[in-house]
Ligand binder design. Structure first.
Ligand code: HEC
Length: 130
């Protein structure tokens, strides 16, 4: 079959589906690489400052039994101190990242208020899992 208009439209639709990942990638490259590294493996130029190390963000699903922990990641980006018992080295990006208010509904039905930028970052990190 000759690739026709249908294929071109399909490619466009698939590219459109990828939009949050693309938005997340640029937010990641703008805000996260100093510590987590451009490959997200926790070896950015500032990583040496953290005695406990900087987490490898490509291994989050593997560390969670193969399921990407969406709610944990969204919370970690927006409110790290809540996740890490009040001791956190990571800036609170909920205030730093611009974005439109958005809502995340977890599989258990619980709802979290966040922004579209944080959701896009989570989508990007999900796309990086080993
Ligand atoms: C100043 C260094 C620094 C920057 C910049 C930074 N992080 Fe972090 N991040 C850390 C450190 C250190 C930890 C581990 C302790 C903590 O959670 O605060 C962490 C933890 C995390 C976690 C939780 C990982 C886990 O294993 O539970 C996620 C998700 C995360 N960061 C995502 C991001 C994203 C997305 C950005 C950019 C918006 C970012 N980080 C920017 C240092 C940083």
């Amino acid at each position: 079959m000759r690739p026709g208009l249908g294929m071109i439209l399909l490619a466009g639709v698939l590219a459109g589906c990828n939009a949050p990942v693309d938005v997340g990638r640029s937010a990641y490259l703008g805000h996260c690489t100093d510590c987590h590294g451009s490959d997200a493996r926790g070896t950015g130029p500032l990583a040496g400052l953290f005695s406990a190390g900087v987490p490898d963000l490509t291994a989050l699903a593997a560390a969670n039994g193969g399921t990407f922990p969406d709610a944990h990641v969204i919370r970690a980006i927006g409110t790290p101190s809540e996740v890490h018992g009040g001791i956190t080295a990571m800036p609170d990006f909920a205030r730093l990242l611009s974005g439109t208010p958005a809502r995340y509904t977890a599989p258990d039905g619980s709802v979290m208020d966040t922004t579209d930028t944080v959701l896009a970052l989570a989508a990007y990190l999900r796309s990086l899992q080993d």
